[in-house]
Design a protein around this ligand. Structure first.
Ligand code: AMP
Ligand code: ZN
Length: 139
């Protein structure tokens, strides 16, 4: 993909702080980290989002997330690691090349904003209807 910054990283045209690579996947440090060890995992082959990524690449990324997650745990001993993946401008996906964020949080650091939303009890009838709608779309 011509103007894709992550494809340029895969091609070696832009540098990155690589932590892991295999046939399908590249993992590297986010240069605007939310926390120490904020790592991105992406497919080497361009796909914009969850709707486009081929199954094999999706699988490879999730298997890599376990490997890299283990390494982050060993290297940094975080209190926890949040995993986040954004699809579409409407949820602030900025780089339109599929990627998974691994965001560790050190025990002496404040909460990560992405992990602390307000819990409010839902409307069970509305939830039921939505579940039915989604399940129907899966048929
Ligand atoms: P998003 O598309 O919102 O899920 O996030 C894109 C992420 O890519 C942001 O956290 C950026 O800091 C990160 N990013 C953008 N350009 C680079 C780059 N050249 N190297 C590493 N991370 C990058
Ligand atoms: Zn790309």
């Amino acid at each position: 993909m011509e103007d894709c910054i992550f494809c340029k990283i895969v091609a070696g045209e832009i540098p990155c702080f690589k932590v892991y690579e295999d046939e399908r996947v590249l993992a590297f440090e986010d240069i605007n980290p939310i926390s120490e060890g904020h790592t991105l995992i992406m497919p080497k082959k361009h796909a914009r989002n969850l709707w486009e990524i081929p199954e094999k690449d999706l699988t490879a990324i999730h298997l890599a997330s376990q490997k890299v997650g283990n390494a982050i745990r060993e290297a940094l001993d975080p209190a926890g690691i949040a995993v986040l993946q954004l699809n579409g401008r409407g949820v602030n996906q900025v780089v339109m090349h599929y990627h998974l964020h691994l965001m560790p949080r050190a025990s002496d650091h404040p909460e990560l904003p992405v992990t602390c939303w307000e819990i409010k009890e839902g409307d069970m009838e509305a939830i039921k209807k939505t579940a039915e709608k989604i399940a129907e779309a899966l048929e």
